[in-house]
Design a protein around this ligand. Sequence first.
Ligand code: GLA
Ligand code: ZN
Length: 666
Amino acid sequence: MFYFGADYYPEHWPQARWAEDARLMAEAGINVVRMAEFAWSLLEPENGRFDFTWLDKAINTLSGHGIQVVLGTPTATAPPWLMSQQEELFLVDKSGVRRTFGLRRAYCPNNPLYHEHTRRIVIALAQHYQGETAVIGWQIDNEFGDRCYCSICQQAFQTWLQKKYGTLAELNQKWGTIFWSHVYTEWSQIPVPLDTIASHNPGLNLDYYRFMSDSYRAYQKSQIDILRQYMPHHFMTHNLMGFKYPFLNNYDMTEDLDLVSWDNYVRMQWLEETNVSPTMPALAHDTMRSLKKKNFWVMEQQSGSGGWEIVSPHLKPGELRLWTYQAIAHGADGMVYFRWRTALHGTEQYWHGILDHHGIPGRRYAEVKQIGQELQEIGDLIAGSPVHAEIAIMQSYDTRFAFQVQPNNRRFQYESHIQAVYNGFYDLNIPVDIVSEKDGLQGYKAVIVPAMYVLTEETAANLEAFAAAGGVVVFTPRTGVKDADNAVVNMKLPGLVAKMSGVEVEEYVSLPADQENTIQFGLPDLEEEFPASVWADVLETKGAKVAGWYADDFYANKPAATLNKFGDGTVIYLGTMGDSLFYGAMARWIAALAVVEPLLATPAGVEVAARTTPRGKLLFIMNHTECTQEVVLNGRYCDMLNGETAVSGTITLPFKAVVILLTDKA
Ligand code: GLA
Ligand code: ZN
């Protein structure tokens, strides 16, 4: 079954309205809602007094219309009666400032009193709803994040370190605390990396970021364990924030969950431009799908202008539908719109939902209803069908955290670098998975490893085995620089992957904006030249063939990119970074080497993604541009939203249109 729904806040509206909401939802094809994730004040109006009557009534009203429910645990917004009990309940930010009451997510993730109240409300919810058949799953908290630097966290960090290192001698050695006389003689001396000083020991800093991620994971797990005890068959999820959010290790966080879900906001109020590239949500969807190698839900899909103080640009007709099918094309089995109705009160008064403030159905409701009707036809075919990718991009949270400590170059940003590499394949309509450095690589033809700064022996062995067995591996600069303790490796770069690359970095140059270079490729099928920016590894071949040279500066004519045969496979080392044309050419080069075919060739701005259904490959052709576009098909298809009529040749896609085609096997 395809889950089609809305984030619903019945507590914002008189009970007399609820039946009308449920009726309108059912009429639009909505079969699931998420509720209660911010309702602690109503669920426990005062310490220890629980009241579920209103939520029971809302669930009954919805289930009377065939709508199922995902309940959120309400721990992202604790009521004033709780937060006023102790100052230490509030998170302390990086600058050392303690949060005050008034927004949400104000709590310290390691505060014992907060944990105690969390346990009580979650147990009460679990006991009350364990027999409620309309409830199918739970969302733990809401959008975990934000690092705390308080003294409770400091102590918890010291305990975490003790468990990790055993002895202070070991810790001192791994962090190299002899530098600047930081040798610790008591665990209690170890600080947290506050911004009150300019820079911290890289080993300490990386460990703190790992510890913070572990803290949220443990807090999430404490809730999951309670809920599972009462409801072993309900799914557990958390609404993640896509690819970009950098503070939590999402691979770890989702190990304890059954279902990955995330919140897709394409057009935020902070943006000055209307159009965010569709490659951003595409990468986020692919990352979310890759976390558990399973289809996912969008738990909050923007369905109207966003806004707190400022109202974001609006959604044009067709965009909600386009974003919905983009998510589905990349593996969503659930689509939940944020939110059902725009609120009259509170910080998010201008965060528009399917219905406007007045609650009368309008243009966006009509669009949701159209999608709902379409999903009645094709939802069953789609649900559960996988996305198949032959190319993987590898990312690592150790590397993400380490680059937060030391970005290396002012213009370098790891997440943007991965996005740039991804965009090359996106533009070709070649599906990609986003794997972690610990994932198995079986089934892929090529693995791109952008800037794998922290690189362990296990990861190197994993990549060597993949290349030896015939895979294509591609490295970009700043790979293999650090070990797991965030110490620089005592060998020539790219360190542990130098051997498989058949190349060594003779020296490296961090490029300022006014000293760009040029890379000239000299291969039979890649003869172009591109601007080289941000970083230049000056290479010395150790068995690899030179693929490209630098054009300028004291390292002119030195190798800038290489290609090495390793076992049955190929290893490419790119010594510099480039623009979108560079990554476009890289993607074409890699796809040719790995023999990976695009799904379909399309004009720029027209995206194609696919799911493999029991009836064959289902292609989603999506026009993200403002113009009418023509696409030439590569065979015969059935047009699934048009009575399954046969199509071939050229199809026309108006502004923001989506066409869904099933490969005609006949
Ligand atoms: C997040 C939250 C929602 C809402 C939206 C819009 O994704 O989970 O509660 O605040 O942002 O701001
Ligand atoms: Zn804290």
